[in-house]
Design a protein around this ligand. Structure first.
Ligand SMILES: Nc1nc2c(c(=O)[nH]1)N(C=O)[C@@H](CNc1ccc(C(=O)N[C@@H](CCC(=O)O)C(=O)O)cc1)CN2
Ligand SMILES: Nc1ncnc2c1ncn2[C@@H]1O[C@H](COP(=O)(O)OP(=O)(O)OP(=O)(O)O)[C@@H](O)[C@H]1O
Length: 197
């Protein structure tokens, strides 16, 4: 008889990890996020990357704004996501954070003047996508808020480099994964860089 391993419910794990994250103080979030940003700047891909597809942090998510500001300062192109209907998402280039305003799910999004970027048009350039999430495994599995925006995006553009940002307290040794769940290539925490691919 096949013995199937049983995993805790996805919703319960999400809830537990959102509670852990929300319990962090602002100074703790700030200090850990600063280290995560430092680790991104020190990565082997940063210097040669032309485009950073980032995210505008929400609540206690790892705050990548310091890194994105530095990237703009270093002459990189920066794009942020805007969600559409049908759980789709597209990235739009910003040249300053003044070009953002509150959109769906209270996330700051690029304004309508921003140019939509089709990653297919960037085939000869290096692109790095920074991926937020609620919980990860050190082997690259990820749960987000449960709407599947990033899974769908990476299903469309499967070759994009995807780097997750997380605190150590967002890691679980194992998670149940679906066929549609897309693996991260690296995970950047305040302590480490987990190289998966
Ligand atoms: N910063 C950020 N931007 C992102 C995402 C994300 O996860 N984080 N997304 C990834 O898909 C897309 C937006 N999708 C989202 C889907 C659901 C919720 C959501 O359920 N939010 C909670 C509040 C969470 C909190 O405060 O920590 C809520 O509304 O209750 C948020 C964003 C695109 N932009
Ligand atoms: N490529 C895809 N095509 C169609 N549906 C998908 C795809 N990827 C994921 N989904 C669906 O989206 C829903 C949410 O997926 P999941 O629970 O993996 O989201 P998540 O990774 O936690 O969220 P997010 O990416 O928005 O942060 C599921 O019903 C899943 O079947």
């Amino acid at each position: 008889m096949e013995i199937r391993k049983s995993f805790p419910d996805k919703k319960e794990i999400r809830k537990k990890h959102l509670a852990i994250r929300n319990a962090m103080s602002e100074p703790e979030k700030h200090e850990k996020s600063r280290k995560i940003c430092d680790n991104l700047l020190k990565s082997d891909w940063y210097a040669k990357t032309d485009w950073i597809f980032g995210y505008y942090p929400l609540g206690k998510e790892a705050d990548c704004l310091t890194f994105l500001r530095q990237a703009l300062h270093d002459g990189k192109h920066v794009a942020l996501p805007r969600t559409g209907t049908d759980c789709t998402m597209e990235f739009y280039e910003i040249t300053s954070f003044a070009q953002t305003s509150e959109g769906a799910f209270h996330v700051m999004e690029p304004t309508v003047e921003c140019r939509r970027i089709n990653p297919m048009d960037l085939y000869d350039q290096q692109v790095a996508v920074l991926v937020p999430g609620v919980v990860f495994t050190p082997t690259g599995s990820r749960y987000g808020y449960g709407k599947g925006f990033y899974d769908r995006y990476f299903a469309r553009f499967a070759k994009l480099n995807r780097y997750a940002l997380a605190y150590e307290n967002q890691l679980e040794p194992e998670l149940e994964v679906l066929d549609t769940d897309i693996k991260m290539y690296r995970i950047y925490t305040e302590e480490s860089e987990y190289k998966i691919i």
